[in-house]
Design a protein around this ligand. Structure first.
Ligand code: GLN
Length: 284
């Protein structure tokens, strides 16, 4: 009997996968199918459109099927392909770190613009995760030095790899530990952070994708504000005279965090900045 082999073209596999993802409740089924396939083929997405009729080789098909299986189990695309674009830079990500979000670019831009005229800014990034915030700041501020802290050793491994990838290791220091503890006695021009801010009770309602991100990077205690309390309380001891703190906050938290800071009598809230969806996202 002739061995009849299944032929899958780029177009046919994309159509099939789109429908499969749709059935599994994946939010952007077509886009995700294209991103995964272009990753497997090591090509740009545009390549797929001009090679619709190209048949896939067995090896490609097997690798793509494995990726599709992971995505159908609602693993985020960034974890499957191992990278995420942030501030125009490519960052390695693993399930040990939160996937950088576009909204966090607002925090980075706000901090960069405030440091542009400072001669040799020192930046402290609390809970650095992949390192995306601090590394993209250093890329944009050639005279700046950075210090990153994370409680997760696994996250720091990823952050170090990203620092090497973007060639800023000489300007960046890494500490494993709890918030300010590893940097006792040091002063910084800017403290930046995207701390865990999801209220405990909201965690079960997160999408299956977000639930596969590290709980350590999401859970902010009962009201989600635990880390802001600690950063606001201790931060003043780690700031230079003209230093500032810039933090990402969750929905409905900006005014609470701003009040918390001003009540200390030490800080003055200079800005509350909205994200692309009109939500107050960054407090400076
Ligand atoms: N932005 C993340 C989300 O929407 C939360 C990140 C965080 O807790 N800092 O799920």
């Amino acid at each position: 009997m002739a061995n009849k082999k299944e032929i899958w073209t780029v177009q046919a596999i994309l159509n099939w996968t789109r429908q499969y993802f749709l059935d599994k409740g994946v939010e952007n089924p077509r886009l995700d199918a294209e991103v995964l396939l272009s990753h497997i083929l090591e090509k740009e997405r545009l390549y797929l459109y001009v090679h619709f009729d190209q048949p896939l080789e067995d090896k490609e098909l097997a690798a793509f099927r494995a990726a599709v299986k992971q995505r159908a189990a609602r693993l985020p695309v960034a974890y499957i392909i191992g990278s995420k674009e942030f501030m125009g830079l490519d960052f390695e990500v693993t399930p040990a770190v939160l996937i950088p979000r576009p909204d966090t670019e607002i925090l980075v831009e706000a901090a960069i613009s405030r440091l542009a005229l400072v001669e040799e800014p020192c930046i402290l990034d609390l809970g650095t995760g992949s390192g995306a915030i601090c590394i993209s700041m250093l890329k944009n501020l050639p005279a700046a030095r950075g210090t990153t802290v994370d409680i997760s050793p696994e996250a720091l491994i990823v952050a170090k790899r990203n620092a090497a990838k973007h060639q800023i290791e000489q300007r960046l220091t890494f500490y494993q530990g709890n918030l300010f503890i590893p940097v006792k006695g040091q002063k910084f021009t800017a403290i930046v952070s995207n701390p865990p801010y999801i209220p405990e009770g909201d965690i079960p309602g997160l999408t299956p994708e977000v639930q596969q991100e590290p709980n350590l990077a999401l859970a902010g205690g009962e009201d989600g504000l635990d880390f802001y309390r600690r950063i606001v309380q201790d931060g003043r001891n780690y700031l230079t005279d003209n230093g500032f703190i810039a933090m990402e906050v969750g929905i409905g938290q900006a005014r609470l965090v701003a009040d918390m800071a001003e009540k200390t009598g030490y800080y003055k809230v200079s800005d509350i900045i909205k994200d692309y969806g009109g939500i107050e996202r960054v407090v400076v």
